[in-house]
Design a protein around this ligand. Structure first.
Ligand SMILES: Nc1ncnc2c1ncn2[C@@H]1O[C@H](COP(=O)(O)OP(=O)(O)O)[C@@H](O)[C@H]1O
Ligand SMILES: [Mg+2]
Length: 317
């Protein structure tokens, strides 16, 4: 089978996830390449390992660049650390004032507090960067490559965590507001209130895209091995708790050659796992990709992979 439905106009965000080393980066880039022929496509890497640059054999950084050798494909690396430090620099004043007005901490304690992370905020800021791109509307499709499973889940869980932090901050503010109103009879909204309101809006914007199955699709990548199957199971069950339902799954590294004893044994070894995937995910569209003799590096190899993902070639096992 081939990946389906990605050309639907409403579908903007396509996120690839799965265990480390199963082929997420390769599949995300090959998908972005295929889509870029008919749609203006932005490939976004959120994996700090710089694997997109390595795979494309082109330096990609925290700035959109055109992918050489393609017509409609651009790429950018968006890292949680950078997104967060940008956010902290931009909002240091508001964060400081929030703590000054709502706690009994002294300046030293406040400075220390500010070095601590707000739960979910780094990933939420990566997501905010992605949503900003989508809302700017410069591209038709946004293809996101994530770091291994835990990261994809943190990314998805980030709006909820951030929302909880905002609630606590708002409660602290409410006490401050109550005090001011009691003493002076009225309360003027200040920059901290505006900051919390904006943060709340960011959470809503992320959730609106993430929870909408017509706008966002999550594609798990798996390989026929015990650990990868277990991890895919956990990933899909955690995703469904966040109301994100996968429609299709990529099964990568399928052995197809019976040429040598080694290949035969690998093939036989994979068979029960392929059956398990078929049974467990009978409701999903399964796209099988063979194990290639070489690693997937450079446009030619990526285009070869793309033929399996988009139906020009099929695996028979
Ligand atoms: N079908 C395949 N056949 C051969 N090598 C593959 C295949 N899919 C991925 N690879 C190679 O496996 C390694 C891990 O792939 P990658 O896409 O980086 O995985 P992930 O992003 O999940 O860590 C890379 O060296 C890649 O070239
Ligand atoms: Mg990767």
């Amino acid at each position: 089978m081939a990946l389906t439905g990605l050309e639907n106009n409403d579908l903007k965000l396509i996120i690839f996830g799965g265990k480390g080393g199963v082929g997420k980066t390769s599949c995300a880039i090959a998908t972005a390449l295929a889509l870029s022929e008919n749609f203006k496509t932005l490939l976004i890497s959120t994996d700090p390992a710089h694997s997109v640059s390595d795979c494309l054999e082109q330096q990609i950084g925290f700035k959109v660049v055109k992918v050489e050798g393609t017509t409609g494909l651009s790429a950018i690396e968006v890292f949680a650390d950078e997104a967060l430090s940008g956010f902290k620099t931009e909002h240091l004043g508001e964060l400081k004032k929030l703590l000054e007005t709502s706690t009994n901490l002294d300046n030293e304690d406040i400075d220390e507090m500010l070095t601590l992370s707000i739960p979910g905020i780094d990933e939420a800021m990566s997501f905010k960067t992605i949503i900003d791109f989508i809302e700017d509307g410069g591209y038709d499709k946004y293809v996101v490559d994530t770091a291994p499973t835990g990261h994809a889940l943190r990314l998805i869980a980030s709006p909820k965590l951030l929302d909880e932090w905002i609630k606590v901050a708002a409660r602290m503010r409410w006490k401050y507001r109550f005090m001011i109103t009691s003493f002076s009879g009225s309360y003027q909204q200040d920059e901290v209130d505006a900051f919390l309101l904006n943060l709340k809006k960011t959470v809503k914007r992320i959730e609106n895209v993430l929870r909408d199955n017509t706008k966002c699709e999550f594609i798990p990548v798996c390989i026929p091995e015990a650990m990868a199957i277990l991890e895919t199971g956990r990933l899909l069950s955690d995703l469904s708790k966040s109301e994100i339902i996968a429609r299709q799954i990529i099964v990568n590294n399928v052995m197809v050659s019976e040429g040598c004893d080694f290949c035969k044994r690998r093939m036989t070894g994979q068979r029960p796992y392929l059956q398990k995937i078929n049974e467990t995910y009978s409701h999903l569209n399964k796209v099988e990709v063979p194990m290639f003799p070489e690693e997937i590096k450079g446009l030619e190899a990526l285009n070869h992979l793309r033929m399996y993902l988009f139906g020009d070639k099929h695996v028979n096992w």
